[in-house]
Design a protein around this ligand. Structure first.
Ligand SMILES: [Zn+2]
Length: 351
């Protein structure tokens, strides 16, 4: 019996494929192409199933394209890279998904300050900002119950000895995260405005002194929960990634602007961001305002230091923040102010 063209081809390619294992797939592909082509030609010639043939050619062409692309992508590692990238992006999205309700800190993006309108309950940046009037009620002035502590610091006694166990001097930075057993009690400044209760007296005295000099300094973001610190941090990473940075670069840059969660003094209630009733963005220009200058000059008298000074970035690893003040107690603050040293340098020298 005479074999058809189709049968001949199948026999030929099956033999070839059997002889050589490696040729199995190329043989099968070649066979389908030859048989496909043969059928199409035949149908065209006999004028039957012409539309079916055209459809077959189109589908075959599309399949080949996607197959070639898949092979190309596999070879070049394109798919792998894309999968890794999607996984990273997805990961980040998941960790950031819950943050939208909380408004943290990326106030540096605010470019047009003229739009800022002060609202004592919710500052221009959407974060609660409080002046002394907001805390005490207007026409009230703060009197310390501890009369000895009132006024500016006394001369530092010559025999004053600093000790490393003093809670006021605890060193928190990227290298020194908050110790697991660190304990403190939160006190209420006003409403949800909390900080270590032991610093409230000096804080209000400082605000009162500024007010006596005609300046309304305003506090924001004192105690922050670790969750909030983390949310601030992640939001900043997302912002930088949105600007085209890789995750690692964004992390590095974020850690220069916001302290890494678990390493922030805000989380132990000893730090506050301080601005004024007329200027709330946390930007370096705050240093040029009257309130910024007053704080830089007088905060030490009440036990506060400008924690991340200009020129000490290589030690603190944090950019100059003229609004971030840390309580260290009057004695240490006076030493740091007079010697122009930051907390890390103070530890090296005195503890
Ligand atoms: Zn701060």
């Amino acid at each position: 019996m005479k074999k058809t063209f189709r049968e001949k081809m199948i026999v030929k390619f099956t033999q070839l494929a059997k002889k050589n294992e490696l040729l199995r797939y190329p043989c099968l592909t070649a066979l389908s192409v030859i048989l496909g082509g043969y059928h199409i030609c035949r149908h065209f010639v006999t004028n039957t199933k012409r539309y079916a043939s055209v459809a077959f050619v189109i589908i075959f062409f599309m399949n080949s394209c996607s197959f070639s692309f898949a092979v190309f992508a596999e070879r070049t590692g394109f798919i792998k890279a894309q999968e890794t990238y999607s996984a990273i992006v997805e990961d980040i999205d998941i960790s950031l998904a819950v943050e939208t309700e909380i408004d943290p800190e990326p106030r540096i993006e605010i470019e047009d300050e003229t739009d800022l309108e002060y609202n004592p309950k919710s500052g221009a940046t959407g974060v609660d900002v409080y002046t002394l009037d907001d805390i005490l009620g207007s026409d009230e002035s703060y009197q310390s119950e501890n009369t000895q502590e009132e006024g500016i610091s006394e001369e530092l006694a010559e025999d004053y000895v600093f000790v490393s166990t003093d809670w006021r001097l605890v060193l928190i930075n990227k290298q020194h995260p908050i110790p697991e057993d660190y304990e403190f009690k939160l006190g209420k400044i006003k409403d949800g405005l909390l900080c270590d209760e032991r610093i409230i007296d000096d804080l209000l005295l400082m605000m009162q002194a500024a007010k006596n000099d005609g300046l309304n300094i305003a506090i924001q973001s004192p105690y922050r929960t670790s969750d909030r610190q983390e949310s601030n941090f992640n939001k900043r990473i997302k912002l930088y990634m949105g600007q085209g940075m890789s995750y690692m670069d964004a992390y590095k840059k974020a850690s220069q602007v916001i302290t890494v969660p678990g390493c922030s003094e805000h989380e132990i209630g000893l730090a506050l961001d301080i601005t004024s009733d007329t200027f709330q963005p946390l930007i370096q220009e705050f240093a040029d305002t009257e309130e910024g200058k007053w704080l830089a000059e007088h905060s030490y008298e009440y036990g506060f230091i400008l924690r991340y000074p200009s020129g000490k970035e290589y030690i603190t690893s944090i950019e100059y923040e003229p609004w971030h003040f840390r309580y260290v107690g009057r004695e240490a603050a006076k030493v740091m102010y007079e010697e122009g040293i930051c907390l890390e340098e103070f530890w090296d020298k005195y503890l």
